[in-house]
Design a protein around this ligand. Structure first.
Ligand code: ADP
Ligand code: MG
Length: 262
């Protein structure tokens, strides 16, 4: 495949789950979209509409009942190191320091063939970027929720997957920490050429970070009902973005779409 293939395509997928007991619960109705290389795309939708299910399909953690998903033209059939995932709650190893957690993931990722010294430099580089230089020798139990989340983000970025899939990575944090981490994610993503897919409930977060917002309809059989381009020039900062007329109009549209259906 050429390098101009979309980073991700979703073609006519559907997905449901067996109901406990008997029967079948449809979750995603027939859905198609594609995401270009280097794009930052956010998926928003009502709670329970199937956002996490969609992200798991993109991550190769679930398989669709119909349709196909591709990563630069290759079918997504199982989890891959090319697809990094960050969930709301991180699975950090509690007996290892923040730095050891990142190093452990880099060691497990045999692909790069890096020396131990290179891995240490890479871990320190990303821990510095998420502002954990002073706390990197602490264990998860000694870190706040926001700090643990930053370790998870540093770990995912350090692995250098082509695509980063983020499922409400800031969802469990208090408002102030969340605000600060949104700016860090904004800066990190603007320095990177890789592709991002973020799931969030937060319309302001979506507008700050994304090139495009896909709005999922309320399930069952949720589908992408709107594909909204976010026109703000980059590099962005929150004040400039939020001060624009377009911001208010887009924000109102998105909130209307989300509240109309719930
Ligand atoms: P969202 O992330 O938008 O809140 P989810 O994708 O987590 O929604 O869930 C959508 C629906 O699919 C929910 O009704 C949920 O109960 C159901 N679901 C998700 N995963 C499973 C599973 N592994 N088994 C059964 N039902 C599931
Ligand atoms: Mg979810």
């Amino acid at each position: 495949m050429t390098s101009t293939a979309p980073a991700l395509t979703v073609e006519g997928i559907t997905k449901g789950f067996p109901r406990r007991g008997r029967g079948f619960q449809p979750v995603l109705g027939e859905t198609s979209f594609s995401i270009e290389q280097g794009e930052f795309v956010t998926i928003i939708g009502p709670s329970g509409s199937g956002k996490s299910t969609l992200l798991k399909l993109l991550a190769g953690l679930e398989t669709p009942d119909a349709g196909t998903l591709t990563l630069t033209g290759d079918p997504i059939l199982r989890p891959s190191r090319r697809l990094g995932v960050v969930f709301q709650q991180h699975v950090l190893l509690p007996w290892m320091s923040a730095r050891q957690n990142v190093l452990f993931a880099l060691e497990a990722d045999g692909r790069s063939g890096r020396s131990a010294k290179d891995r240490e430099q890479l871990a320190d580089y990303w821990l510095d970027l998420v502002q954990l230089s002073d706390s990197k020798d602490m264990k998860p139990g000694q870190l706040s929720g926001g700090m643990q989340q930053r370790v998870g983000i540093a770990r995912a970025f350090a692995l250098e997957s082509e695509v980063l899939l983020l499922d409400e990575p800031l969802g469990a944090l208090d408002a102030l920490t969340r605000h600060a981490l949104q700016l860090q994610l904004l800066h990190l993503s603007e320095q990177e050429s890789r592709t991002f897919v973020l799931v969030t409930h937060d319309v302001d977060e979506a507008l700050l970070l994304s090139d495009r917002i896909l709005v999922l309809s309320q399930g069952p059989e949720a589908r992408v009902m709107r594909d909204v381009r976010v026109p703000f020039p980059r590099p962005r900062d929150r004040d400039t973005v939020q001060a624009s007329q377009e911001y208010l109009a887009l924000r109102r549209d998105l909130l209307d779409l989300l509240t109309a259906q719930s």
